[in-house]
Design a protein. Structure first.
Lengths: 109, 109
């Protein structure tokens, strides 16, 4: 693997009055910035990448994030969750169960 | 895994005169459109997702694509490559070796 963890943060933005909502309107850009800063601070640049993504088709759970190669999905993430995500999952290798959305972490058909 | 394959196509766009180039300037948006159409045509919607991504840090090899959970990186992809990528890799499960960039498919340090 090129990256130990490749984190995709949905930055899709819809008009503010769109009933589906969108992750960017819910603050996902700030979450990615905080992720990048925390990864840089810990010297993980080049090993763990915080990538912007278009719509991850998880709008109802936004801001939504998926981490590969393990395929762990997080929803309703806030900037305040970033240190724990980095410390536990991206450094320690253990997903943060309280942020995992059951509906997104089921096997597809 | 929520998706059998989750395909991220870099759609980063830089000004046309930027010496680094960018995947969108090299036609990546049309590649993603072709991927989505081919996946829909084969009834794979919901099982294989063709996602837009921000910069994948593989500008020199653009248009660049990464497929998870297997972590296979492709570079210099064209619209004409899409049917083979879908048929061989996303349906058949066998990466298309001729499109894999060696520098991107090495393990990180």
């Amino acid at each position: 693997m090129r990256f130990r963890h490749h984190v995709f943060v949905c930055e899709n933005r819809r008009p503010a009055d769109d009933p589906r909502g969108s992750c960017a309107c819910k603050g996902s850009e700030a979450i990615r910035r905080a992720l990048k800063e925390e990864l840089n601070r810990r010297g993980l640049k080049g090993q763990v990448r915080a990538n912007a993504a278009g719509c991850l088709d998880a709008c109802a759970y936004g801001p939504s994030i998926v981490v590969y190669p393990e395929g762990i999905w997080y929803g309703h993430v806030t900037v305040e969750d970033v240190p724990e995500l980095v410390e536990r999952h991206l450094v320690g290798g253990e997903p943060v169960a309280r942020l995992m959305v059951p509906e997104l972490n089921r096997r597809s058909g």
